[in-house]
Write a protein of this length. Sequence first.
Length: 190
Amino acid sequence: MAELKTGDFFADVTGPSGQALGLHHLKIRKTLRNKKMLFVAGGVGTAPVYPQVKWLHQNGVDVDVIVGAKTKDLVILEDEMKAVAGNLYITTDDGSYGRHGMVTKVIEELTDGGNHYDQAIVIGPMIMMKFACMLTRKLGIPSIVSLNPIMVDGTGMCGACRVMVGGKVQFACVDWDRNSPGTWWTSTRP
């Protein structure tokens, strides 16, 4: 793309890959404002979390946000997130900034401290999402994850994004929950 000149065009484009979370389609209602939501972002997963938190903030919904990174140098969008998050918790694996440890430790601290969450949205590395959702399932917090990291062609043909959901094979790029298009409810499914 960097080599295209004015008037050049793409011969073909494949997409879209996956399904959007769809928060921007929700009408802000009293019930949404009364929900307590937790966003958990790992590394570059902070980038897709930020616009969702910003949109909710602009619509009067405050959410708690945990941002995890390996080291202080890898924390991104901190100032932007501070401006829109109800509460922001930064954690680094090596303890070089914020709280020391994994995002799961902060989830446990928050819930042990009396925080209740109606929904968690978890975006980041697959291993982080796995362990965060194992914990949210144990805590009874319905969770949504992004399976973008495992998508390859975005058409369902390659099978790389194949996951088992409720005992059934699903493809992250083309299949989704019929009741809530674009979401993967990992903690509420068997």
